[in-house]
Design a protein around this ligand. Structure first.
Ligand code: NAG
Ligand code: NAG
Length: 365
């Protein structure tokens, strides 16, 4: 089992937004948890006045500086990471420019939740790349959700922007952004005894301190820029990246939890030799997170499939499954999803599901 390179290179750099000779980048962006407060003269009630009202960030449109908890008017904003957050009103955005390594892969990790309308969307852009994150599904009904977004740096300086593309009747309506961090990722390679890259999901996005609910990997992530290197997140809903500190993980320090039934699938494209037979093995289990019941993980490779039933008692148990498939071309897609939806025993508002770990493909002699 490969040890996480990011643990070996365990320096934790605080990005300041200034030019930085970063050998390895991981941590909050400058004022990434929004705890460095604006000057009182830069605030009108909660609304930030002007482009540079929030330290280290550049603002556009109606951006509010929020303290978590009950709000005037009866709303409640959950702020899990520190005390403060920003709220992006109609067409508002916040940006920060930072130094990166051209060609390297990075993942942003951020806490985000909708505040009033169902159809709120958060647009993350790191030109020329941009992605829209629909926030209507609340995966964790308590603390607010944490997402990751991957990008490949095109030059040594990138401008990261979070934008609310929506227009609601109430101009204050829009996503709440709680904390923003970044991590450089090391794209893993297949090895001699496994064609699968990042097979145990050990290389993945930064986890925010106190982010006890895992990191959501949003749908429609291509493998070239995925925040989970090597893996494609398909379908309509997110897959959750979970860690051994807060969940029971079969092997290593992390795994993925298939939280949205058939609506969330994870896939990888392997280089294969046509007509050769391969053995795909993988581990299915539960994360010991109050997710009980009859589960089923479906796996696909070329024309072959396997359904793996797993009865979760919420005790962090797991089982290994395997099947043989015959490659029909030089590229074979392997895909996994959960057949059913599950919610947590103690919180019916939180989606959960079976976990997947240790995916291995070897050719059969
Ligand atoms: C994490 O949680 C602990 C305990 O609740 C708290 O003391 C600490 O300030 C939190 N850290 C951050 C960065 O939010
Ligand atoms: C695949 O390989 C595993 C591990 O070597 C083995 O236990 C399993 O029986 C094999 N599966 C098939 C279908 O041959």
């Amino acid at each position: 089992m490969a040890v996480l390179p990011s643990l070996l290179i365990a320096f934790f750099l605080l990005v300041t937004g200034s030019a930085l000779d970063a050998t390895y980048l991981e941590g909050f962006l400058g004022n990434g948890n929004f705890e460095e407060q604006p000057k009182p003269s830069d605030l009108r009630k909660t609304v930030l006045k002007g482009k540079y009202a929030l330290p280290k960030w550049e603002l556009s449109g109606r951006v509010e500086y929020i303290s978590g908890g009950p709000q005037p008017g009866g709303m409640y904003f959950a702020v899990a990471h520190g005390i403060h957050a920003v709220r992006l009103g109609n067409e508002a955005s916040i940006s920060q420019t930072m130094t990166v390594k051209p060609g390297s892969l990075y993942a942003l990790t951020f806490g985000a939740s909708r505040t009033c309308a169902q159809d709120e969307v958060l647009r993350v852009s790191v030109p020329p790349q941009s992605g829209d994150l629909p926030l209507q599904t609340l995966y964790d009904s308590f603390g607010g959700d944490v997402y990751a977004y991957g990008f490949r740096a095109k030059s040594n300086s990138v401008k990261v922007t979070f934008h609310n593309p929506g227009v609601q009747e109430d101009p204050a309506c829009g996503p709440l952004l709680d904390a923003v961090a970044i991590k450089e990722l090391f794209p893993p390679r297949p090895t001699r005894d496994n064609l699968v890259k990042n097979p145990g999901f050990e290389e993945g996005p930064h986890r925010l301190v106190n982010s006890s609910n895992g990191v959501l990997l949003p749908p429609r992530q291509e493998d070239s820029t995925s925040p989970l290197p090597g893996w494609i997140i398909e379908s309509l809903k997110a897959v959750k990246f979970i860690d051994a500190k807060h969940f029971s993980i079969p092997y290593g320090l992390s795994a993925v939890e298939l939280v949205a039934g058939r609506e969330s699938a994870i896939a990888q494209i392997l280089r294969t030799i046509p007509n050769k037979v391969y053995n795909l093995t993988f581990v299915v289990g539960d994360a010991k997170n109050g997710c009980h019941g009859s589960m089923m993980v479906e796996a696909f490779a070329a024309k072959d499939t396997l359904k793996v039933p797993f009865k979760s008692q919420g005790r962090g148990q797991f089982t290994t499954a395997s099947f043989k498939f015959k490659a029909i071309s030089a590229r074979t897609r392997i895909t996994f999803f959960s057949s059913f939806y599950h919610t947590r025993n103690n919180d019916f508002g939180s989606l959960c599901g079976p976990i997947l770990d240790q995916v291995r493909v070897v050719s059969v002699a």
